[in-house]
Write a protein that binds this ligand. Structure first.
Ligand code: HEC
Length: 312
C-alpha cells in the first residue's frame, strides 16, 4: 500500500480492511474486490514494439489497482420499466445512481442541462466513443429511457420483438473505479506505470523502469513514481526507443533501447496518448506524435514532429 504520506497510508489501509483482495482470479464481490492490475491495464492498447536486432520486446503498463464492486440489480419482474432497463443495460458504465465514473463514463444525472431529448435519444441509438449503440432495443424503449434520464419517469417498456432479451442478472457492477488514496493518487506503492524490455529469447526482463511522473509530486521531491500511461512506443534501428503516453507530465522521451537509459525528453502541450510514428525525408529521420491529452486532463489537437540529427 502507498507510503506517500502517513495519512494516505492509514486511509488506504482502513479502506482495504473493508474490501476483498489477495487471490488470483478473485471474483467481484458485494464488498468490493481490489483488481490489480486495473481495468485499464496492465499492458496498454497502444501496443508493444519488437526489435528484430536485439529480440527485445518493449511494453508500457499501468500498475494501479481498481475496485470492482457488485450491487444488487433488483428483482427481475415480468413488467419491464425504463428504470430497470437502465439498470440492466446502462448502469454497468453509468452507475446505478447515474453518477458514472468520470472522465471515462460520463455522469447522466443532470443531462437535460446539457443535451436536448433528441440528442440523448440519438446518443442511445447510435452510441459514440466507447459507448455501444442500442438501436436494437427499438425506438419506444429508447424513448422510455430518455424519459427516465430527463424527468425520472419509470414508465413501462416494451422491447422491439427481436431485441435480445434483457439478461436476468442478480447483480450489476457499481461502476469502473480506480482505487485511489484520499488525495487522488494510486492506493499502491509506486511505480504506478512502467516501461519494460523483455528478452524474447530468454523470457526474462532485460530492463524495467518507472514511466511518467506527477509534476506536482516532483515539485515535492517525489520523482520517478511512474504514472498512468496510455499509448505505445516505437523502437528504431538507430538504437532508440521513443514513447510519450504519460498522462500527467505530458512528456515525450527517447531511451537507449539496450539499457533503458533516458537520452532525451521534452514536454508536449498535451499528453501523447497514441503511438508515435517515424519517417524519412531526404535522408533525415523524423518522429511525429499526436498530443491529444483529454480524459481528466486538458485536451489538445496538435501533431508535433521532431527531426533527428542528420547522419550523412
Ligand atoms: C460500455 C459502457 C457504456 C454503456 C453500457 C452505456 N454507455 Fe452511455 N456512454 C458511455 C461512454 C464511454 C460515453 C461517452 C461517449 C462519448 O464520449 O462519445 C457515454 C455517453 C452517453 C451519453 C451522453 C452523455 C453526455 O454527457 O454527452 C448518454 C445520454 C448515454 N451515454 C446514455 C446511455 C444509456 C441510456 C445507456 C443504456 C441504454 C448507456 N449509455 C449505456 C458508455 C456506456
Amino acid at each position: 500500500m502507498t507510503d506517500r504520506t502517513e495519512t494516505a497510508h492509514k486511509a488506504v489501509l482502513e479502506q482495504l480492511k473493508t474490501l476483498d483482495y489477495g487471490r488470483m482470479f478473485q471474483p467481484p464481490s458485494l464488498k468490493g474486490t481490489v483488481t490489480f492490475p486495473g481495468l485499464a491495464g496492465g499492458a496498454e492498447w497502444g501496443g508493444s514494439a519488437f526489435d528484430p536486432e536485439t529480440h527485445l520486446y518493449y511494453i508500457n503498463a499501468n500498475e494501479l489497482p481498481w475496485l470492482v464492486r457488485l450491487v444488487p440489480a433488483g428483482q427481475v419482474a415480468n413488467k419491464l420499466t425504463a428504470g430497470k432497463l437502465y439498470r440492466y443495460r446502462c448502469a454497468g458504465c453509468h452507475g446505478p445512481d447515474k453518477k458514472g465514473a468520470p472522465p471515462e463514463y460520463p455522469a447522466l444525472d443532470h443531462l437535460s442541462d446539457r443535451l436536448t431529448s433528441e440528442q440523448i435519444t440519438s446518443k442511445i441509438h447510435n452510441g459514440g466513443g466507447r459507448m455501444p449503440g442500442f438501436a436494437s432495443l427499438g425506438d419506444p424503449a429508447i424513448q422510455a429511457i430518455t424519459g427516465f434520464l430527463t424527468n425520472g419517469s419509470d414508465s413501462a417498456v416494451i422491447l422491439r420483438k427481436d431485441a435480445s432479451s434483457v439478461p436476468a442478472l442478480k447483480y450489476g457492477v457499481e461502476g469502473y473505479r480506480k482505487f485511489l488514496d484520499p488525495d487522488g493518487y494510486p492506493a499502491n506503492k509506486p511505480p504506478w506505470g512502467t516501461l519494460s524490455a523483455i528478452d524474447l529469447d530468454g523470457g526474462g526482463y532485460c530492463w524495467k523502469i518507472p514511466l511518467g511522473e506527477y509534476p506536482e509530486l516532483v515539485a515535492q521531491g517525489l520523482t520517478n513514481t511512474g504514472s498512468e500511461n496510455h499509448g505505445g512506443g516505437i523502437v528504431t534501428a538507430g538504437g532508440l526507443f521513443f514513447i510519450g503516453s504519460t498522462h500527467y507530465d505530458n512528456k515525450f522521451r527517447a531511451f537507449d533501447k539496450k539499457t533503458g537509459a533516458l537520452l532525451w525528453e521534452t514536454t508536449l502541450p498535451n499528453a501523447n496518448n497514441a503511438t508515435p510514428s517515424t519517417y524519412e525525408v531526404n535522408g533525415r529521420q523524423y518522429v511525429v506524435v499526436a498530443a491529444g491529452g483529454g480524459r481528466d486532463r486538458p485536451s489538445g489537437g496538435s501533431f508535433i514532429a521532431f527531426a533527428l540529427p542528420a547522419t550523412r
